[in-house]
Design a protein around this ligand. Structure first.
Ligand SMILES: Nc1ncnc2c1ncn2[C@@H]1O[C@H](COP(=O)(O)OP(=O)(O)OP(=O)(O)O)[C@@H](O)[C@H]1O
Ligand SMILES: CC(C)(CO)[C@@H](O)C(=O)[O-]
Ligand code: BAL
Length: 288
């Protein structure tokens, strides 16, 4: 049995431990999460492990990135099971602050990305979202002061927003991306998949199928506009209501108007039976 990974809740204790590690010359990697951990998160942990002597996983369901009507209250919280999985991965430390530790009474500052990759897509459906993410990620970066931090490509727009933020704020932390881990039928692993009823679970592979078929058609030279309209119809036929299904320049996430150059990413967000799923895929590059 692996040794239990210590769980700490206070930033003061976090500072003591990380100062010691830094003093011994150990590189520190941070994997920020909201818990309810699955193989996608564990893949990020393994990436972190390969790159740093010390790995910290933060577990914090961040109220600042949820709107009042969203699922903050029912978001799965499974700290004990998460700690077991992270112990198996020999994670050095779990940092699980309470909301009051992150946002004490009188808290008054937000980091709000208001241009660049934060524009559109998730921001249209969740206008508060990237302000909440950028605020908590910058706080975690300042609390942990890691050498690198690992984020999943499943949240592609979030990854680009974080990259933009570290460039804009001169934050000296390497942002490393981890590939999306999927079920055998293509569904991207996500903590929110636990909300799906068996009936909806059977329907959801259509989302990734439609997206990857569209990507290979566009990669083969099919027109983007008409192909995305057909992909959207296929997703709707499977029972989803689509928030967006778009092609964007992969890193800047600017919209594609007319002939395009450089990598393109297709991104989708869609709701089924009260569960909101997101996914994204690259367009194969021989299209350019
Ligand atoms: N299937 C996946 N493959 C790779 N990385 C993932 C996957 N799912 C989540 N991640 C990454 O794990 C980190 C923490 O994400 P989070 O805790 O929100 O998990 P999640 O499964 O995406 O949950 P949610 O259902 O809330 O979106 C993020 O960097 C996210 O991109
Ligand atoms: C990066 C993050 C941990 C910030 O709360 C969250 O948005 C997530 O889990 O992707
Ligand atoms: N995985 C992104 C976190 C969120 O949807 O709130």
């Amino acid at each position: 049995m692996a040794a239990q990974t210590p769980i700490i809740h206070s930033k003061a204790r976090l500072r003591e431990i990380t100062a010691q590690w830094r003093g011994s010359g150990d590189a520190i990697a941070l994997v920020p999460t909201m818990g309810a951990l699955h193989e996608g998160h564990l893949a990020l942990v393994r990436t972190a492990r390969q790159r740093a002597a010390r790995v910290i996983v933060s577990i914090f369901v961040n109220p600042a990135q949820f709107a009042p009507h969203e699922d903050f209250g029912r978001y799965p919280r499974t700290l004990e099971a998460d700690a077991e999985k992270l112990s198996e991965e020999q994670v050095d430390l779990i940092y699980a602050p309470a909301a009051e530790e992150m946002y004490p009474a009188g808290y008054a500052t937000r980091v709000v990305p208001d241009a660049g990759p934060a524009l559109g897509l998730e921001s249209d459906a969740r206008p508060h979202f990237f302000g909440g993410v950028a605020t908590v990620v910058s706080k975690l970066f300042l609390q942990v002061r890691p050498d690198l931090a690992v984020f999943g490509e499943k949240d592609w727009q979030q990854l680009q927003v974080v990259r933009q933020m570290v460039r804009d704020l001169d934050i000296d932390i390497d942002i490393v991306a981890g590939h999306t881990v999927r079920e055998a039928d293509g569904l991207a692993l996500s903590s929110r998949n636990a909300y799906l009823s068996p009936e909806h679970r059977a329907a959801v592979p259509a989302l990734h199928r439609a997206l990857s078929e569209a990507a290979s058609l566009i990669g083969g030279g099919a027109p983007m506009g008409a192909t995305l309209v057909r992909a959207r119809q296929a997703v709707e036929r499977a029972g989803f209501s689509v928030d967006y299904l778009e092609g964007r320049h992969a890193e800047s996430l600017t919209p594609i108007e007319g002939p395009h150059h450089g990598p393109v990413r297709l991104l989708v967000a869609a709701r089924i039976g009260g569960t909101r799923l997101i996914d994204n895929v690259p367009v194969p590059s021989d299209a350019h």
